[in-house]
Design a protein around this ligand. Structure first.
Ligand code: CA
Length: 217
């Protein structure tokens, strides 16, 4: 999953990006509203964390312009616990909001819920044959035994599991698994796919020649 964090306080931005990468997300960052809007329009993020008080364009304006084009889930960070701000945020098209200062576990839980909702996934545990993907706990198990995956392998499995039954193109996987700070070789995706197959069985991920990959529903 690839996220965009738009936040002008450098310490908070750095801390958030680090915490989200530790959770296995690919993370892009922007320090003002203009850059944030540009990135939000250029890349299909799985979710955006958007601060309201931003230089150049404030969060409201970023959201308003983004919503004219895209439905990317947006979690708004509001500075004050003012109900007028919350109402305005939800009316402008925010999917959820958090009041600063917030607890990191709550932000993570809300992001997972947003991503699940946008994939129209109601439950946080997905079963595919004998494999179970627990999105809340970020644990993959097979026949009730947990399987150790790297962060990127997990991200690959989670993305395909949330889109199970669909063919996911290589382009979409590159867009959702890697961020702007990654300078990966073009064959790295295949390495992750191959490693996941070694761990979960060759047929767990199906190659669709010329199209991409899929996990059967
Ligand atoms: Ca701010």
């Amino acid at each position: 999953m690839r996220l965009l964090v738009v936040e002008d306080e450098p310490d908070l931005l750095r801390g958030l990006a680090r915490a989200l990468r530790d959770e296995g997300y690919a993370v892009d960052t922007a320090e003002d509203g203009e850059d944030g809007l540009f990135k939000a329009e250029s890349v299909n993020y799985d979710a955006i964390v958007l601060d309201v008080m931003l230089p150049r364009l404030d969060g409201w304006e970023v959201l308003r312009r983004l919503r004219a084009k895209k439905k990317t889930p947006v979690l708004l960070l509001t500075a004050r616990d003012r109900s007028a701000d919350r109402v305005r945020g939800l009316d402008t098209g925010a999917d959820d909001y958090l009041v600063k200062p917030f607890d990191l576990p709550e932000l993570l839980a809300r992001l997972r819920a947003l991503i699940r909702r946008s994939a129209r996934e109601v439950r946080s545990v997905i079963e595919i044959g004998d494999v179970t993907v627990d999105i809340a706990a970020r644990i993959v198990s097979q026949m009730k035994k947990s399987v150790v995956l790297t962060a990127r392998e997990y991200a690959l499995v989670e993305y395909l599991a949330l889109h199970r039954g669909e063919v996911v193109t290589r382009t979409a996987l590159y867009e959702h698994l890697f961020d702007e700070s990654d300078d990966t070789l073009s064959n790295l995706l295949d390495v992750h796919v191959s490693n996941v197959r070694k761990k979960l069985g060759h047929d767990f991920i199906v190659t669709r020649r010329g199209h991409g990959y899929s996990i059967e529903a």
